[in-house]
Design a protein around this ligand. Sequence first.
Ligand code: CS2
Ligand code: MG
Length: 418
Amino acid sequence: MIIERADVIVTSPSRNFVTLKLTTDEGHTGLGDATLNGRELAVVSYLRDHVVPLLIGRDAHRIEDTWQFLYRSAYWRRGPVTMAAIAAVDMALWDIKGKAAGMPVYQLLGGASRTGLLAYGHASGKDLPELFDSVRHHLEEGYRAIRIQTGVPGLTSIYGIASNAAHEHPGSAAAASGGRYDYEPARRGAWPKEEDWDTRSYLRHVPTVFEAVRGEFGPELPLLHDAHHRLTPIQAAQLGKALEPYDLFWLEDCTPAENQEALRLVRQHTTTPLAIGEVFNTVWDYQQLIREQLIDYVRGSVTHTGGISHLRKVLDHAAQYQIKSGMHGPTDISPVGMAAAMHLGLAIHNFGIQEYMRHSAATDAVFRQSFTWRDGLLHPGDAPGLGVELDVDEAGRYPYEQAYLPFNRLADGTVHDW
Ligand code: CS2
Ligand code: MG
């Protein structure tokens, strides 16, 4: 079965998505997510100008050989742009293979290891009343695990606080459903928006928030928190220790982990479970984190970690150290990337939890999906392949929009991790 055509489709229903669509001589098509939030067009060019010409005429069944060819023949290795492009090709070839076999991709990966995938959603609020309202909203939606993010006294704008969809995101899923919280985890703008940050205020405030949430919602509900790369290792250790009484499911991105060794210091001081990896893109980024058991969850997404084939290898390596998956799943992972994550998550033994941010109604009209969300569990469905079809005409209604992620400055003007 030969790849005859490759299209790179950019569409922006609510936010930008980049999708690779492959078509074979036998008429099968496959989709791959290549979305890199804030740098989408870099991946578009990498695919259109450098990868697509190499795909035409290749045997669509040779997924591993195509992966190794694209990774090693590029000469320049790793990085978010390269690995998102390779991920899209990998996902599209698994989609095609599933359709040719008449099986959902999870069956090709070894079949189901569980009935469904535990998911978590993002509750947030600028203050406790708004946060509690958001937690209740997510419990009503069926979530069995919830991420907690709040405003910090003295800071004017901060990562993670949902906008009120009804007026800020017309056309969003929540606005359509009358819900109060739609959520763009990284509220983007046509120019990088400057946000402010102060670690000492944050470290004083967060433990009081979890004290209040446990008081209101009890000790059982799995709670997660994302420090979003902003702390030094010893500050991360301080926060992990301060949160131990609140029994978090995980503390995410507690400190920038390019220096994987930094997590040794955090690990020495706290038993709060740690999740890292959404900005990583190959197994080499995790090598020390996994081998020294410095983390408990691998946060990589299929879209940003070289596809199903490579993230499977990372997670099989992690399984040897009792480390589980916690795949990244905000709205900047497209429905195609989410579907691929669900197929992989259903098949592997060391599944942990799946992040699940609901896409907007406009996005769902572009990407017709067959996954299910029932009683707090996701399932990829049993449609052949990944189970997502892209409506090219609907996609054409939403041209690309320049959109940057925000950035942080400290009170003295120093740029800080966002
Ligand atoms: C966040 C992301 O979901 C998360 O854990 O870290 O929403 C992140 O801010 C975005 O993916 C950035 O594009
Ligand atoms: Mg995160």
